[in-house]
Design a protein around this ligand. Structure first.
Ligand code: 6PG
Length: 486
């Protein structure tokens, strides 16, 4: 593609890290691209970094829109929320019916739903697309999750396939489904990302406090694990973090970073939606909660003085414990992905997304933040059966789960005894133990609800709902304390 007659094939609004790098990536693939940012220095930086002479930066929106071939294809990569709406409003008067707009940011899926409907009434093509991979991914090959207007996606498909990460030559982009499904899937991707990050942090904690290992030794374990079945992008960057010292310093930068984690909200959204859909994701919930808890630094310091911590190391053989810890991490990693995939299948039927979970696992194998060796197992499981109700039902995953259960039980019991917090590990095991529990204690909850609120209960082997006057002991003793609710 080229900018014949001075016209560009594609336009990018927002030349921050993601927008600029994605456009540079397109430029590398021969796309003639125009970039717009109010801040003229961003457009200049784009042109400086463009080694192919395919890209041009604009700081005037009229000139930018006028430079594009018709029908225009424009992607917005701006912060999620109101800014997206105001960019759309500024742009609409300058566009023609039939032009394509793409939101490549981390928009909330309900905002995308609203924009899909709005832009359709105005005669524009619009699709929301999750883009994962951070700066490096955007520049060298991200994983992309486009959903919405399929016709518009098909116009963009050759460009998106060209710039996407490739795994065995297969591009990490696929049409996800209708409406806001692309942004929904990206949100769940981020939820899994939160879960895995928290699990890695808890692994660091138990090595540091329980085994009293120094940074170098901890870093070596992460490096070693990344070379085995735990291979993943997040493990790889963690291994790098444990080697990074600033020039002139003999200390890891990590040791000078405040222990208060920030968040932009996608993990919280995943937990909120999971609650709405009644699809439990406790590992991810724990990850969101622990980021929040970390922000109460002053309170934590105060309480640490009141409730003193036993700083003695775990009385374990270090090497055997590390073998168990590797198994335990593998187990919790399975649970994180399993929860995310289950949430996707629930959302797919609830919102009629018609998701192909194998395709989603396939495009997550490269380019994105949660890429890992294990995604191949997930891909294989859903390729065998796209309607698999839960990942833990797959035979291959079943084997991997069972063989790692002893590891997590042993690690958690020792950590809990020593007062080392591993809430995402614990949530993962609790999730598993209750999913495989054919008789949960929820009958008691039903009885309590009926006792104080006459909320009724259902009985084994009997149709209908029932209510008991629980305080009237004589009735219960006679065994006739149930009656049909009126
Ligand atoms: C990705 C990342 C990206 C972003 C996160 C950070 O897939 O490339 O998920 O979208 O880095 O949203 O999220 P927090 O700031 O909430 O940690």
């Amino acid at each position: 593609m080229s900018n014949t007659a001075g016209k560009y094939d594609f336009g990018m609004i927002g030349l921050g890290t993601m927008g600029r790098n994605l456009l540079l990536n397109m430029g590398d693939h021969g796309v003639a691209g125009a970039g717009y940012d109010k801040d003229a220095s961003k457009g200049q930086l784009l042109e400086e970094e463009d080694k192919n002479g395919n890209l041009k930066g604009f700081s005037d929106v009229n000139e930018f829109v006028g430079s594009l071939k018709s029908p225009r294809a424009i992607m917005m990569l701006v912060p999620a929320g109101k800014i997206v709406d105001s960019v759309i409003e500024d742009l609409l008067p300058l566009l023609d019916k039939g032009d394509i707009l793409i939101d490549g940011g981390n928009s909330h899926f309900t905002d995308t739903d609203r924009r899909v409907a709005y832009l359709e009434t105005k005669g524009f093509h619009f699709f929301g697309m999750g883009v994962s991979g951070g700066e490096e991914g955007a520049r060298r090959g991200p994983s992309m999750m486009p959903g919405g207007d399929k016709e518009a996606y098909n116009v963009m498909k050759p460009i998106l396939e060209a710039i996407a990460a490739k795994v065995d030559g297969v591009p990490c982009v696929t049409y996800i489904g209708p409406g806001a499904s692309g942004h929904f899937v990206k949100m769940v991707h981020n939820g899994i990302e939160y879960g895995l990050m928290q699990l890695i942090s808890e692994t660091y904690e138990v090595m540091k406090k329980g085994l009293q290992m120094d940074d170098e030794a901890i870093g070596k374990i992460f490096t070693q694990w990344n070379e085995g079945r735990l291979q993943s992008f997040l493990m790889e960057i963690t291994s790098d973090i444990f080697q990074y010292k600033e020039q002139g310093s003999d200390q890891l930068l990590l040791d000078n970073i405040k222990d208060e984690a920030r968040a932009k909200g996608t993990g919280k959204w995943t937990s909120q939606v999971a609650m709405d859909l009644e699809s439990p994701i406790p590992t991810i919930d724990a990850a969101v909660e622990m980021r929040d808890l970390s922000k109460y630094k002053a309170l934590r310091v105060q309480l640490s003085q009141i409730y003193s911590v036993n700083d003695a190391p775990l009385s374990v053989d270090r090497d055997s414990f590390l073998v168990e810890l590797e198994q335990a991490f593998y187990f919790t990693m399975i649970m994180s992905y399993a929860q995310g995939m289950h949430l996707l299948s629930k959302a797919s039927s609830e919102y009629k997304y018609g998701l192909h979970l194998a395709e989603i696992a396939k495009i997550w194998r490269g380019g994105c933040i949660i890429r890992s060796g294990f995604l191949n197992e997930i891909f294989t499981a859903y390729e065998k059966d796209n309607n698999l109700q839960h990942l833990l039902l797959d035979e291959g995953v079943q084997k991997l789960t069972v063989e790692n259960v002893p590891g997590i039980r042993s690690v958690l019991s020792k950590a809990i005894t020593a007062g080392i917090a591993m809430p995402a590990y614990a949530a993962s095991l609790g999730y598993f133990d209750n999913l495989r529990n054919k008789q949960m204690p929820s009958n008691l909850i039903q009885a309590q609800r009926d006792y104080f609120g006459a909320h009724t209960y259902e009985l084994i082997g009997k149709e209908g709902v029932f209510h008991t006057k629980w305080g009237e002991k004589s009735i219960s003793i006679k065994g006739s304390g149930v009656k049909e609710k009126q």
